[in-house]
Design a protein around this ligand. Structure first.
Ligand code: ADP
Ligand code: MG
Length: 358
């Protein structure tokens, strides 16, 4: 009476699990870039330079002048859930950094060839380390897996090559490298507009002129001009929403286009909540309803808004890509913002009327 049932449930290999998990966080090269950008900003960088080859699929290199990574941290840098930014669950309530889960570099190391070169202030040289599946590996067969000393300036360079090389189905799904490049430029532009005091540049590998460049001292409006054009920048009005303690709104500021500007192209609004780039569908909906009273049918405004919400009213940990956040009193806060945008649009409209009458 031998049992001829075959067990069908098997534990997956750790590398497979990690590769699947990585694919949930990193769908496009721009997702990997966003994580690395945030790391560079978290590190206090004042200059961030990016090089892209083949839409980021062949090569994605980001160089910053931030505080660097210390030698002792290099062995565990790419293990999952290793972070310098969060230690207790409660810390999620008072987070001032973008990162907190220690998943980004780990994920990248599972689906790409990853090389990190870094030098912290107190280090006498830079260190270069290569990672695969979360672990340090030799840069070439026959070498040791240790970080190797090299000359270099303070800061960090992350080199990601052959993204998705071991996920062929994902690779096949990409239509064109120029689509992926546009996504990358879009993400960099958004962070450049929002991050004061940091210069950004991005160029395609082998080209001498950058596709995007902003200076550390540029004003927000000038950055919008460089990235979205004078047509947008010349028609911006300021939005300033004062704090409302009852709803946990610490304030909101931004720039939106007035009724003189309308675009057939629907830019996704630039929303930052506590400095995180997010998509906030309810806010987007409310604002586009508001604009229908000001713009011709079927056209769109440019919107950049930065909201600060009390951290105990905000949940940043609801989505693997951290693309969405949730906050309490959403309706009330959105109403306050819409009222203020409405006021700004109204006054811009008046000034135009006034101008044309005289
Ligand atoms: P997280 O940002 O959630 O902590 P990451 O995987 O993105 O996780 O990064 C892991 C750790 O590596 C960070 O906590 C930080 O200490 C370090 N790190 C990553 N990138 C940089 C960088 N550009 N400059 C300095 N430190 C970095
Ligand atoms: Mg991070």
């Amino acid at each position: 009476l031998a049992c001829n049932s075959v067990s069908r449930i098997k534990a997956l290999d750790a590398a497979v699990i990690n590769r699947i998990a990585a694919g949930e966080i990193i769908i496009h090269p721009s997702n990997a870039l966003k994580e690395m950008l945030e790391n560079s900003i978290d590190a206090g960088s004042s200059a961030i330079d990016i090089v892209v080859k083949n839409g980021g699929l062949k090569l994605l290199q980001i160089t910053d002048n931030g505080h660097g990574i210390s030698y002792d941290d290099l062995p565990i840098l790419c293990e999952r859930f290793t972070t310098s930014k969060l230690s207790a669950f409660e810390d999620l309530n008072s987070l001032s950094t973008y990162g907190f889960r220690g998943e980004a570099l780990a994920s990248i190391s599972h689906i790409a060839h990853l090389t990190v070169t870094t030098r912290s202030r107190d280090s006498e040289c830079a260190w270069k380390a290569t990672y695969h599946d979360g672990k340090l590996v030799p840069s070439k067969p026959g070498y040791t897996a240790d970080p190797r000393p090299i000359a270099g300036k303070q800061g960090t360079q992350i080199l990601v090559e052959d993204l998705f090389f071991n996920v062929p189905s994902r690779l096949r799904a990409f239509r064109s490298s120029s689509d992926e490049f546009s996504r990358i430029i879009d993400v960099i532009g958004r962070y450049a507009i929002h991050t004061d005091g940091t210069a950004f540049s991005c160029k395609k590998h082998g080209e001498s002129h950058p596709s995007l460049i902003t200076s550390a001292s540029a004003l927000t409006v000038d950055k919008i001009r460089v990235i979205y054009g004078a047509g947008v920048a010349n028609e911006l009005v300021r939005v300033d929403v004062s704090p409302d303690k009852n709803f946990g709104l610490l304030g909101a500021t931004g720039w939106v286009t007035n009724a003189n500007y309308s675009s057939k192209k629907a830019y996704l609004p630039l929303f930052f909540i506590n400095h995180r780039l997010v998509s906030c569908a309810p806010l987007k909906r409310a604002l586009s309803t508001l604009y229908t009273a000001f713009l011709p049918k079927g056209s769109h405004a440019f919107i950049y808004l930065s909201l600060m919400i009390a951290t105990d009213k905000l949940d940043v940990n609801i989505h693997p890509t951290k693309r969405e956040v949730r906050f309490l009193n959403e309706e009330e806060i959105i109403q306050r913002i819409c009222d203020e945008v409405h006021k700004s649009l109204g006054s811009a409209d008046n000034s135009r009327l006034y101008k044309t009458q005289t």
